[in-house]
Design a protein around this ligand. Structure first.
Ligand code: HEC
Ligand code: HEC
Ligand code: HEC
Length: 399
């Protein structure tokens, strides 16, 4: 750098010039007054702050401060405040949810909206681990956001799934199915699932009809919501796998929830009615939440109130389901005699049992025996209801 003179000697500059025309010069002004005040006040605040609040690291902890301020106490107070606010603010809605039937809640858009908004977190905490954050399902856990239901998509059926839990039951390797049979059946199911694009071998249908599958999955392969036997005709698999055919073969050979088979498909939906993690109102809200994820069956408009007042006894009868109605849960095995089940209408099978009396049969039916699952899979059946189904089956043997 050549020597140069300061062209602005009277100006309080440092002698630094940043461009050739000396337009940009570094001046030596005092900082503005507001800035200095802020600095001094800041310096004063430091000791006051450190005296009052926890600040200085002290042997693995820190000084407590004279104010005894802790984040935890503050947070608990705020949460309590928030909860109280919520309770008062939403008291009316919560009361309405408690008092109204599930159908009535769905008929009320505002209440439905409230239930959905306040349940997202609850669903995330309790259900998402298995069913996915948006109910999209996971390997081994059914999708809740579509209209393909194992146990039915009405609000009542959904609520029952959540309250009582669900446990599908399919026997392993039924009626002497060979490995080759299982392969043929799996190909048949997968081809059928492809709809018009698939060409199931008509010969293999015979295997489906004779090996007991028809008993639970039905002649049209659409399944049965009373026992959660999956729809096999739609190509949607709740036990999804990269090699879908191998997975279907596994289901056929190892069954579903067959505890004695190590490779069986596990499918247990826990019961939230007894778990205590959610209360009754929350179960109702969860049912509404799942119902609106995409596949819930729409509720009918409210029926006009009937003029006739039901007497106490007919009201009770209306509550209990009839034997004929409940038989839908048993027919899968008892229509065709799966695993030696006494067949509906089979006199020889029923006469000796009728002799033993309904109470003895009830005892066995409740506990389960051999391939007969406890309560015949009707976990929410009362004793009276089970007695009614057994009676219904006994009557099938004729007079
Ligand atoms: C431990 C895993 C697990 C958790 C947690 C869980 N589920 Fe399930 N859920 C299942 C399984 C497995 C099934 C299928 C049962 C079967 O196949 O028999 C199921 C079935 C269902 C069904 C019936 C589906 C149908 O197609 O009919 C509903 C509804 C449901 N769950 C809702 C919920 C809700 C709501 C929660 C949270 C409160 C929840 N589940 C928590 C595993 C779980
Ligand atoms: C006692 C009743 C019962 C009988 C008999 C039965 N199944 Fe099942 N099956 C079920 C139930 C229940 C499920 C669903 C289990 C679940 O999801 O919890 C199921 C599931 C399946 C699945 C899995 C479907 C999916 O979506 O992943 C296949 C495949 C299957 N069954 C094939 C068969 C075949 C083939 C036969 C005849 C050899 C048969 N089942 C006989 C009750 C039965
Ligand atoms: C998964 C197949 C299956 C289902 C579903 C099923 N049962 Fe059974 N049931 C059996 C079999 C197998 C037997 C024969 C058990 C034995 O004697 O070893 C049986 C036997 C019985 C018996 C006679 C018990 C005895 O001591 O002789 C009664 C009663 C009965 N079932 C009632 C029911 C009722 C009620 C339902 C429905 C709510 C039902 N079952 C559903 C398979 C089934």
């Amino acid at each position: 750098m050549g020597e140069h003179k300061n062209p602005f000697p009277g100006e309080n500059n440092t002698g630094h010039f940043w461009d050739d025309d000396n337009d940009v010069r570094e001046l030596n002004n005092r900082p503005p007054r507001w800035y200095m005040w802020a600095l001094y006040l800041g310096l004063i605040a430091i000791p006051i702050y450190s005296f009052y609040y926890p600040t200085i690291p002290w042997f693995g902890e820190n000084t407590k401060g004279s104010g005894n301020w802790t984040q935890i106490v503050e947070m608990k107070e705020s949460v309590a405040q928030l909860e109280q606010y919520r309770e008062t603010k939403f008291a009316d809605q919560e009361k309405a949810i408690a008092e109204r039937s599930l159908e009535d809640i769905l008929r009320d858009d505002e209440l439905t909206n409230y239930a959905v908004k306040t349940t997202k977190v609850l669903f995330g905490d309790n259900c998402a681990a298995c069913h996915g954050a948006a109910g999209q399902g996971n390997d081994g856990f059914p999708v809740l956001a579509d209209d393909d239901w194992l146990y039915g998509g009405t609000i009542k059926q959904i609520s029952t799934s959540i309250t009582n839990g669900r446990k599908g039951n399919m026997p392993a390797r039924m009626m002497g199915i060979s490995d080759a049979d299982a392969d043929t059946l799996a190909t048949f199911l997968i081809e059928t699932g492809k709809g018009v694009h698939g060409k199931p071998n008509p010969a293999s249908k015979a295997l489906y009809m004779t090996k007991g599958c028809i008993g639970c999955h039905g002649p049209t392969m659409k399944g049965n919501v009373f026992m959660g036997s999956a729809n096999l005709s739609d190509g949607i698999y709740r036990f999804k796998a990269d090699d879908q055919k191998a997975s279907v073969i596994r289901t056929i050979l190892q069954g579903v929830n067959q505890g004695h088979k190590p490779l069986t498909q596990d499918a247990v939906m826990p019961s939230f009615g007894t778990s205590g993690v959610v209360d009754k109102n929350q179960i109702k809200k969860l049912a509404v939440y799942v119902h609106q994820l995409g596949g819930g069956v729409a509720v009918k408009p409210k029926p006009k109130p009937k003029k006739v007042v039901a007497s106490a006894s007919t009201a009770k009868a209306a509550n209990a389901r009839s034997g004929k109605e409940l038989y839908a849960k048993c027919q899968g095995c008892h229509n065709v005699g799966v695993g030696g089940a006494p067949k509906y209408g089979d006199k020889a099978a029923w006469v000796p049992r009728i002799k033993r009396g309904v109470d003895d049969l009830l005892k066995v039916a409740k506990a389960g025996k051999g391939m007969m699952p406890p309560k015949g899979t009707c976990m929410d059946c009362t004793d009276d209801e089970l007695r009614a189904v057994i009676q219904y089956m006994m009557e099938s043997a004729g007079p």
